[in-house]
Design a protein around this ligand. Structure first.
Ligand code: GDP
Length: 371
């Protein structure tokens, strides 16, 4: 097709190769289009006809340009993170781009965590992690896009804190930004066509504006992809299996030293040294199979059973999964060993030595226990 064809909604070059990228239009429509036709990409089409925002991925440069524009404005910034993947969804440098603007940090997907967790304690934990990462939010809120009450609480907080200014909503992909904003639109408006688009100068993508009053708008910004997210290496089917959809049921494993847990065939946990037999609690998708073995047998088991006993990955995706990389940690306080995007394993005893393995490029970090 003609490479010059662009979406008249957001200005992105139209393409049919990747639905998650800007300017996507199904091949059947793009093939038959002629050059003088007004064409909208799928995202802008949905926006125009259903008042529904859809997430699209953005390059790093575009994302930086977008953040620069926000830093020049006087606005309230809503930064949404995935509470289940806090490290993977945190935008480093966000405080620098916020400048003097207040930030409300929203930990979304709270419904995934055990109901027994106290909200106050969790908020405190999120606040501490934000401070460690150099972000000093005006407020920390916990939400579930599925829970109307928490979305209404967020809307109320936005109304108080914006002080008549515009509101920019930022977040990495997959934190639930679109779902949350669509809920806000549903709750806040009953009119058709409330949404308009305009540009972030110097980017390939438009911003979506939802009116808050006669003059001010809530701006939905495109999400940035975090390269450390495991989602990059998975097929849609595999991703569905490892992404928790409902409350996580923690699984407890009693391990002796030199025992190993495989998280499907995607990651591996070795208990190397410590105070004898210990409990390790796994917070992972309920559908992800955990397989226990002896450390001395682990390498061989992985070599022969990846894609067989140890799934996901499935056979059709073995080629594109990078080899596992090993990181070793000595625990100093009750901690979580986080496999970015998959979940975490909590470790109680100080002095315990463990190793975490994940596909090369995917982060493994040790953090203070959430639970
Ligand atoms: P975006 O990329 O940040 O716009 O994320 P989406 O809104 O597309 O959501 C990504 C995935 O997370 C989707 O499968 C949503 O259904 C799911 N999701 C969004 N919000 C929540 C939430 O509060 N709880 C749970 N459990 N899932 C959510």
């Amino acid at each position: 097709h003609d490479p010059e064809m662009i979406c008249i909604g957001c200005g992105a070059t139209l393409q049919s190769d990747d639905e998650t990228k800007a300017g996507f239009l199904p091949a059947s429509l793009l093939k038959n289009a002629n050059a003088n036709e007004d064409l909208y990409c799928k995202r802008c089409f949905r926006l125009r006809h259903y008042n529904e925002v859809q997430d699209v991925e953005l390059t790093d440069d575009d994302f930086l340009n977008m953040l620069h524009e926000i830093s020049d404005k006087q606005a309230l910034i809503i930064n949404i993170v995935d509470i289940f993947d806090f490290n993977g969804s945190f935008i480093s440098g966000i405080q620098r781009f916020a400048g003097k603007n207040p930030v409300i940090l929203v930990g979304n997907k709270i419904d995934l965590l055990p109901k027994s967790l106290k909200e106050g304690k969790m908020r405190q934990w999120v606040t501490e992690r934000a401070h460690e990462a150099g972000l000093h939010p005006k407020e920390v809120l916990l939400t579930s896009a599925m829970d109307t009450e928490s979305v209404e609480a967020l809307m109320k907080k936005i109304e108080i804190e914006r002080k008549g200014q515009d509101v920019y909503v930022v977040g990495t992909t997959n934190v639930g930004k679109s779902t949350l904003i669509n809920q806000i639109i549903k709750l806040a408006t009953d009119t058709e066509d409330v949404i308009t688009t305009s540009y972030f100068p110097g980017t390939t993508l438009g911003k979506i504006e939802i009116p808050l009053d006669d003059e001010r708008v809530l701006v939905d910004t495109p999400g940035i992809i975090q390269s450390s997210q495991i989602a990059h290496y998975l097929t849609p089917k595999e991703l569905k299996q490892v992404t928790p959809r409902k409350e996580i049921k923690p699984k407890v494993y009693q391990l002796n030293q030199e025992q190993t847990l495989f998280l499907g065939g995607l990651a591996r946990f070795d208990y190397l040294k410590g105070a004898g037999k210990q409990s390790f609690v796994c917070y992972l998708s309920n559908e992800l199979n955990i397989h226990r073995t002896k450390l001395e047998k682990a390498d061989q088991l992985y070599a022969t059973q990846k894609g067989e006993l140890l799934t996901p990955p499935y056979k059709d995706n073995l080629e594109s999964l990078p080899e596992l990389k090993r990181f070793e940690f000595t625990v100093k306080e009750p901690s979580d060993l986080v496999f970015s995007g998959l979940g975490w394993i909590s470790i109680e005893s100080a002095g315990t030595v463990v190793a975490g393995w994940a596909p090369k490029g995917v982060d493994i970090v040790l953090r203070k226990s959430l639970i």
